[in-house]
Design a binder for this molecule. Structure first.
Ligand code: 2RA
Length: 339
């Protein structure tokens, strides 16, 4: 009969990607209800051969649905997700609102889909940079137990929303024309200072938090530990915004409990769900973000021994931030619960 699906945040980058993904998954959507902020209510969006009207996200509109995807920020999720559960829906929440709640599963289907089945109404979708890293590292953890992760990210502007993507394009254009451009979005819109991203990198993603780390860096630490069920796992992260539109890249050094050579690592990754190995230095083949936008998988390349540490490897990982980093991961969770 098909699922009755709601999207809260339908007009955002992730909401739009959900609408692109849903018809392509081989199961039918009996009803799709699009919801967003009152400012976006009334907009008409195409879904297949239908034209749907976006409604304001309000409690009474959350009834009669099987699953509701939330991607409208943490405050909207905190306000409306529990109400949606009370009205009978399963909520898959892309915001950070509930990720670290003990009774809310935090799920990357390739890693811990079994956790999702213990949900009590809400399943949390991890942060995009965490999802991309988790898909690539889980096969190594299962085979040889990870001791420590050191990750530096090169994050696309899409992570800061559609307005940040527009800002990058506008800045490049203005610089090319030799015109001044006043940045207003990056590193994050609510910040006191904004910096140009064109021809630049910004070593700040989200607000600063404890110890000089940003919230994004702490998310990669805490979320990875929860998804892997490894509360003591040693993780340190440096998250950086780069002038790329929608795919995140990550340079990862991973220390294992035993030596794993490059051939074994490549073989493990080749068999891993959701991973594509693109790794042939002799032919200059490695993943690049421009190639990976719109793809469902996480690409791994530059796999090599860390000669400074006999049980460590270096990896270069690329994934589409909007797709596998958010919308597709959420749809895969829904499929695991309802399929
Ligand atoms: C970012 N991961 O890239 C964060 C939120 N999507 O800005």
């Amino acid at each position: 009969a098909g699922l009755r699906v709601g999207i809260v945040g339908a007009t955002g980058a992730v909401g739009q990607e959900l609408m692109r993904i849903l018809p392509s998954r081989g199961w039918s959507v009996a009803e799709l209800r699009l919801m967003a902020s009152p400012a976006s209510a009334g907009r008409r969006l195409r879904f297949g051969d239908e034209e749907l009207v976006v409604e304001a996200a309000e409690p009474q509109r959350l009834s009669g649905l099987d699953v509701i995807f939330f991607s409208a920020g943490a405050s909207v999720s905190r306000e409306l997700a529990p109400e949606a559960v009370r009205r009978g829906a399963v909520v898959i929440d892309n915001s950070s609102a509930f990720r670290m709640e003990p009774d809310v599963p935090l799920v990357v289907p390739e890693v811990n889909m079994q956790d999702a089945r213990a949900h009590r109404g809400i399943v949390a979708n991890p942060n995009c940079s965490t999802i991309i890293m988790a898909v690539a590292l889980w096969p190594l953890h299962r085979a040889a137990r990870i001791r420590r992760i050191v990750v530096s990210t090169y994050q696309a502007v899409s992570g800061a929303g559609a307005r940040a993507m527009a800002e990058l394009l506008a800045q490049v254009d203005a610089e090319r024309r030799g015109e001044p451009y006043e940045p207003a979005i990056l590193p994050y819109a609510a910040g006191a200072r904004h910096y140009p991203i064109a021809f630049n990198v910004i070593p700040q993603v989200d607000r600063f938090d404890q110890g000089g780390y940003t919230k994004e860096e702490w998310k990669m630490v805490h979320e990875t530990r929860k998804i892997f069920h490894e509360p003591e796992l040693a993780v340190t992260a440096t998250t950086v915004r780069v002038p790329v539109l929608r795919s995140h890249s990550e340079s990862i050094n991973v220390e294992l409990a035993r030596p794993v050579d490059v051939d074994e690592a490549r073989a493990l990754l080749r068999e891993a769900p959701g991973v594509e190995v693109v790794d042939d230095p002799d032919r200059q083949l490695y993943p690049m973000p421009r190639d990976w936008s719109g793809r469902d998988t996480v690409a791994v390349g530059r796999i090599r021994a860390d000669y400074s540490c006999p049980t460590a490897l270096n990896l270069w990982v690329v994934g589409d931030q909007i797709r596998k980093g958010a919308a597709l991961n959420a749809v895969q969770i829904a499929e695991g619960l309802f399929a």
